[in-house]
Write a protein that binds this ligand. Structure first.
Ligand code: GDP
Ligand code: MN
Length: 336
């Protein structure tokens, strides 16, 4: 439970008091969802599926975050389908909204250009707030601070296979930092100056670049240019101590100080992915092949090793995104 005096925390008692308390062998982990009150129905569907496929066995606590207070309806209906503890938090204003020092005239011009060019979410300020929050702030929220591991879940996603091995414990035992299921190309128009900014950062801070990193997945020319490959961050299982590290905090502050989250439309997916690929070893990044996962319009469905049968997957392995022309699995495979 959290501090009930904080305006950012609200605690709802577990609906099933018989749920076992955190036991030996379980990780210090939470399942995390950022959502709006208008996402109630779609959030419920994701929660129900992950509970059915995974969490009814493990009872990891959920945390829901929103820049507005969650409605009573949201809290009541979500709590009704969760097998363990759940907390609902509000995001501090300065972790969400466009900072004062952003030149709004320049930001507006950037948005107008992206609308003309038909870039998805190109005109949206709230989408930019969300991407910046997911890049640099979620892991500092008072409700999230106490956890080391998180699994990011979004409304309206699908979990297609049984998850009977604990992925958090797997990550912990195997010294992993970041886990993904889908990797693809980013739209260059959303991040035109991101790679130049990253290169400046690593020139100034070479000590943060890990030996045995995954640069070869992200760059086809030894780091000169970015090939736009990133891990699709609507699914993430990762170690928040990595985001809280000096390397990542300095990297985030450096990126943020350029205003690129607002003047361009930098996504948390390339921001996280580039950091994982540079500041961790490649063997600390894990592809969760056995987790069948769908976020419209793409699905990862396990194909080899009999996993599809063994985990009772409901997805079509022939349609797995791994083999799509837009997938970056080839770049991932070539560095293994
Ligand atoms: P997409 O996956 O890139 O199309 O973006 P989504 O619309 O799915 O948003 C990503 C995540 O952020 C989801 O969990 C949304 O529920 C959440 N989200 C997006 N915008 C907002 C917002 O303005 N407020 C809140 N509270 N959540 C948001
Ligand atoms: Mn989404």
């Amino acid at each position: 439970g959290g501090d009930r005096d904080s305006p950012y925390e609200e605690v709802v008692a577990p609906p099933h008091p018989s749920s076992p308390p955190s036991s030996h062998g379980r990780a210090n982990a939470t399942i995390l969802m950022l959502a709006r009150n208008s996402d109630t129905d779609s959030a419920l569907r994701s929660v129900r599926e992950l509970e059915d496929r995974f969490n009814h066995q493990f009872h990891y606590p959920w945390v829901f975050l929103n820049e507005e207070p969650f409605s009573d309806d949201f809290k009541k209906r979500i709590s009704n389908v969760i097998s363990g503890e759940v907390e609902f938090g509000q995001i501090p204003r300065d972790h969400w909204y466009q900072p004062e020092w952003i030149d709004e005239t320049k930001a507006q011009a950037g948005r107008d250009k992206m609308v003309q060019d038909n870039i998805i979410y190109g005109g949206s300020v709230s989408y930019r707030n969300m991407c910046r929050f997911n890049s640099g702030f979620f892991f500092r929220h008072p409700l999230v601070q106490k956890y080391k591991w998180y699994w990011r879940v979004e409304p309206d996603v699908h979990f297609h296979c049984d998850i009977d091995e604990d992925p958090f414990v797997f990550m912990e035992n195997n010294d992993k930092v970041y886990g993904f299921t889908i990797t693809m190309y980013e739209y260059l128009a959303t991040i035109p100056s991101l790679w130049t900014t990253v290169k400046q950062f690593i020139t100034e801070n070479p000590q943060f670049v890990a030996e045995g990193n995954a640069m070869g997945y992200m760059s086809d020319d030894g780091g000169n240019s970015y090939n736009l490959c990133h891990f699709w961050s609507n699914f993430e299982i990762a170690n928040m101590d990595f985001w809280r590290s000096e390397a990542y905090m300095k990297y985030f502050d450096y990126l943020d100080s350029t205003g690129g989250f607002y003047y361009e439309r930098w996504g948390d997916a390339p921001v996280h992915s580039i950091a994982a690929a540079l500041f961790a070893r490649k063997d600390q990044i894990h592809f969760f092949d056995q987790i069948g996962y769908e976020h419209n319009p793409y699905t990862h469905c396990p194909k080899g090793n009999g996993l599809w049968q063994q985990k009772h997957c409901s997805c079509n392995p022939e349609r797995s995104f791994d083999y799509d022309g837009y997938s970056c699995m080839r770049q991932w495979d070539r560095i293994q």
